[in-house]
Ligand binder design. Structure first.
Ligand code: SF4
Ligand code: SF4
Length: 134
């Protein structure tokens, strides 16, 4: 048994990384179409990619970039300067090319991914959704 199987509460800390021992409250099987629909209704999910990390932006540059992308619905800017691309196939929380979506989309499970990658940001958001709906 490795340390990841030992119990510790997962709290809502957006940028926290896993420090063993840690109990995985979410299981891979918790991720289904209903969970994904709730998840994609908010920011921060797997159908988004950070396409440009500009670092801390000064207010003028932030205003400029915000203005440049304000008519591109698939793009938005986070406070930290990340420009986020939301997949254009995500429509009302669902993938409109579900059967022919890219292989990486078919393979992806955010719980399994977190167990490998260790970054809790999306995991904790999904855990919060689960708790709010249980
Ligand atoms: S991050 Fe997880 S819950 Fe959210 S859409 Fe992706 S697979 Fe579904
Ligand atoms: S193709 Fe579908 S599953 Fe893949 S990122 Fe776009 S909306 Fe999400």
């Amino acid at each position: 048994m490795n340390n990841y199987d030992n119990p510790v509460q997962a709290e809502w800390h957006p940028n926290e990384w896993v420090t063993p021992p840690f109990e995985w409250e979410l299981k891979e099987s918790d991720i289904d179409s209903e969970m994904c629909k709730k998840c994609t209704a908010t920011d921060l999910h797997c159908c988004q990619q950070a396409i440009f990390l500009a670092g801390p932006l000064n207010p003028r540059l932030y205003e400029l970039i915000s203005t440049m992308i304000e008519n591109i619905p698939e793009l938005h800017i986070r406070d930290n300067g990340e420009i986020i691309l939301t997949c254009s196939h995500l429509k009302k929380g669902q993938c409109d090319i579900y059967e022919t979506r890219p292989q990486i989309c078919k393979d992806f499970n955010c719980v399994a991914h977190t167990k490998v990658q260790g970054h809790l940001e999306i995991y904790n958001k999904v855990l919060k959704i689960k708790k709010e709906n249980s």
